[in-house]
Design a protein. Structure first.
Length: 162
């Protein structure tokens, strides 16, 4: 081999290695650009409202204000109009109005707890406020034990996915 062929051979070898490396990078890069589209996912709205009752009677629930004496029993539940199939918990918060308006004055949190996990299905319509046990009317929490002073109270029920 003469003196001119060695640098040419070295140049050719380096060039081939560079071409192979760049080609490999482009092949990997092109493989990473592939796109796969899944099927549709429909997110259902969770429609409902907090309802009150003076008793645990199944037929006595209403989306209405209550007027009750200090410490007298009363109950709350969430009534669902469009329950999805999923597991949830509910954080129940009893608030007392601070001043004359819920929106301009910060309400006072009197009591709060989170229910154990509830398995919703399309046939689940009621979520009762329960600290222990299961989602039944018999386990429903008596808010009267926390409303022992005059004032205006309300329940906030935050439904959270598990």
């Amino acid at each position: 081999m003469n003196a001119t062929q060695k640098p040419q051979r070295a140049f050719l070898t380096v060039t081939m290695i560079t071409v192979i490396a760049v080609t490999t990078v482009f092949m990997v890069y092109a493989a990473l650009l592939a796109s796969y589209t899944g099927l549709d996912v429909t997110i259902q709205p969770l429609g409902g409202q907090v309802q009150y009752s003076l008793t645990k009677n199944p037929g006595s629930w209403a989306y209405a204000t209550l007027s009750q004496g200090e410490g007298a029993e009363w109950y709350a539940r969430v009534y669902l109009t469009t329950p999805p199939t999923q597991n949830v918990t509910v954080t129940w918060t009893l608030q007392k109005q601070n001043g004359t308006d819920w929106t301009t004055n910060t309400p006072i949190t009197v009591y709060t707890f989170t229910s154990p996990t509830i398995s919703l299905t399309p046939s689940t319509k009621e979520i009762y406020a329960f600290e222990t046990g299961s989602n039944t009317i018999d386990n429903n929490y008596d808010w009267g034990q926390k409303t022992t002073s005059q004032g205006v109270y309300r329940i906030i029920a935050d439904v959270n996915t598990v």
